[in-house]
Design a protein. Structure first.
Length: 216
């Protein structure tokens, strides 16, 4: 391949990469500013300022494009890329610092990411094949983490899976509720820094109580 050919191929690859990123970014902007109901081939292509044919060329379908976007935003799927660190963390103090860190990071991420909030509302609002697939991928990752943590709680009265399920779902609800109407829940307003810290401390406290049951 001569220099001109290599330059042309290199340019085409860069153009493809830029277009893919523009399309993924466009999905996020639409979700953030207009909501998931506005997602469609024409709207995405217009927002990205590209020909809609490129959606099919690079993603095969608009659903695949949206799924790709969600995978880049989802906290739990993103966390799965750090599995080596998680495995190492699970061996320190029977995983207690790891669980605390993951819950706090999830809280802060979900609190500040409007697009992810909209995606979860979308999941709760309608049945959708690719959203169900995203949820299944979260479950796959969660199961891998539980395989590391649950052995510490065998033959105890602590159901760590149920405990963490309530904590994670509680995080999602209290944030969505506060962002929807700005009102307190149980007298706690997450828009108030003091109340926010109370919730984060409570997350730690629940984990501490669970580990106290196993002598940690």
């Amino acid at each position: 391949m001569n220099a001109t050919s290599r330059k042309r191929v290199s340019g085409e690859i860069r153009d493809k990469e830029r277009t893919i990123l523009k399309l993924i970014h466009a999905v996020g902007e639409i979700i953030k500013t207009e909501g998931y109901t506005a997602l469609g081939v024409n709207r995405i292509a217009k927002k990205a300022e590209v020909d809609k044919k490129l959606i099919y060329r690079y993603f095969n379908s608009v659903n695949n494009l949206i799924e790709t976007y969600i995978k880049t935003k989802d906290y739990w799927i993103g966390l799965s890329a750090n599995m080596d660190e998680i495995v190492a963390g699970a061996q320190i103090e029977k995983g207690k610092p790891l669980i605390k860190a993951v819950l706090r990071a999830h809280f802060n991420y979900f609190l500040t990411d409007l697009e992810m909030q909209r995606i979860i509302i979308w999941e709760l609002s309608e049945k959708n094949k690719f959203l169900k697939q995203i949820s299944a991928k979260r479950e796959e990752f969660g199961n891998e983490v539980f395989k590391l943590i649950e052995p510490y709680f065998e033959d105890t009265k602590v159901d760590i899976r149920a405990t963490l399920a309530l904590q994670v779902s509680g995080i999602i609800f209290i944030i969505l509720q506060a962002k929807a109407n700005g009102s307190p829940f149980c007298g706690i307003d997450i828009n108030n820094p003091g109340d926010l810290n109370r919730l984060l401390d409570a997350l730690d406290g629940i984990v501490d109580l669970a580990y106290q049951q196993i002598g940690q």
